[in-house]
Design a protein around this ligand. Structure first.
Ligand SMILES: [Zn+2]
Ligand SMILES: [Zn+2]
Length: 400
């Protein structure tokens, strides 16, 4: 049993209803029309000012108290994945082939719950900017909102986000200063050889042999190029050949994915890969094309805001519920782009290790744990009240 209080109040019940409704109607990145309309409708019903279409299907809600110019940004993501749900419960997906397998239905709901509570609270002074972003999974939604003027139209001193995490006990928070999630880069390598008869290999340049050597050599990028105390991942995830059994093909395409925490390591990985690909192809007389692209920025928490988030969670839920120096994760998160523009912090909230949410994120059996909705909303409210305190200036200045 986890430590979450089992006292459900009316808002908790309401949030469960919103969450399960979002879960039943998942929408992919930039297609979150129903979800965004529902978010806008609920925000308006609470008395929050609503701005729609900020970066495609993005929604911004603004709640102002008093006259101070202090402002805090709270962000949730709304998109689902192209996964066919295997759960059988009554709130399973009704949109075939789409599923909230990453718990963004819960993120959206927790932020709505916080908006409802804050809208009837006088315990803060300043502006709360509620950011409901589209298309996190493709890593395009944060940039779309930023390019649509998110931080110019709705300036904030700092920005915070939460992701649910199945490997952490339900309702516990994990956070760290510095990198918490990695960047993601993608690559494509075309090995251009010379095709021919399978029985006459001496007349060909066999791209399968060359590409195989590349796959093995790429295993040395992390182990022999990076400093052992740095982190990196290089994964070849696709080895494509237009094959015929008795012929040597003329080309192989390799695709894959790399992860790191700093631009320096990204650069080192890219350079080492290019050197190996070029050298191996040249040694075998094959041509090549190497394309390396940067997809997600690393999610790097600023020290001050990470300490604030850990303090707020500790004060609200107790020291045993907060890991203030968790291990970073090599997966990636679109929120990293927002943290390139504003100081802030990304936290993990435990979804628990049992039940439908006990499996990994992006699993067809995943489900956000409704028991943690109240805790997520409570964290948001406590964060706002601590950073935009209602008391006049004698209190410690907040935010940034
Ligand atoms: Zn995801
Ligand atoms: Zn996610």
């Amino acid at each position: 049993m986890n430590e979450i209080q089992n006292t459900t109040n009316d808002l908790d019940q309401e949030m469960i209803g919103w969450r399960q409704d979002f879960h039943q109607y998942p929408e992919l990145g930039f297609e979150e029309h129903r979800t965004a309309a529902r978010v806008a409708e609920l925000l308006r019903s609470f008395g929050v000012d609503v701005y729609e279409g900020v970066g495609g299907t993005g929604i911004v809600g603004v709640l102002q108290r008093g006259t101070t110019s202090r402002a805090i940004g709270l962000r949730a993501d709304m998109d689902a994945l192209a996964i066919t749900e295997e759960n059988e419960f009554s709130h399973r997906s009704r949109n075939d082939g789409k599923m909230h397998a990453c718990g963004h239905d819960g993120h959206t709901t927790m932020l709505l719950g916080a908006a409802k509570r804050l809208a009837s609270s006088e315990k803060f002074d300043g502006r709360v900017v509620f950011i409901f972003q589209p298309a996190e999974e493709h890593g395009r939604g944060a940039l779309a909102m930023i390019e649509a003027g998110l931080f110019d139209r709705f300036p904030v001193d700092a920005i915070y986000g939460i992701h649910n995490m199945p490997s952490i006990e339900a309702g516990h928070f994990a956070v760290r200063a510095g990198p918490i999630m990695a960047c993601e880069d993608n690559f494509e390598i075309v090995v251009q050889g010379k095709g021919g008869h399978a029985a006459l290999p001496h007349l060909t340049i066999d791209p399968i042999v060359v590409a195989s050597e590349i796959v093995m050599a790429l295993q040395t990028v992390v182990s022999r190029t990076l400093n052992p105390v740095d982190n990196g991942v290089v994964s070849v995830t696709d080895f494509s050949v237009a094959a015929t059994r008795n012929a040597i093909p003329d080309k192989v395409i390799l695709r894959g994915d790399t992860r790191a925490f700093t631009p320096q390591i990204q650069n080192r990985i890219e350079a080492a890969m290019e050197r190996l690909v070029s050298g191996i192809c040249s040694a075998h007389g094959a041509d090549h094309r190497f394309v390396y692209s940067r997809e997600f920025a690393a999610t790097i928490n600023s020290h001050k805001e990470a300490a604030i988030a850990a303090d707020v969670a500790t004060q609200a839920f107790g020291r045993d519920s907060v890991n203030a120096d968790c291990q970073p994760i090599m997966a990636s998160e679109d929120f990293g782009f927002m943290l390139q523009h504003k100081p802030g912090c990304y936290l993990l909230l435990g979804n628990g290790g049992v039940g439908p949410g006990g499996c990994g994120l992006h699993n067809p059996n995943y489900d956000f744990n409704d028991e943690i909705l109240g805790r997520g909303a409570e964290f948001w409210v406590c964060l706002v009240e601590s950073q935009l305190p209602a008391q006049p200036v004698s209190q410690a200045p907040a935010g940034g």
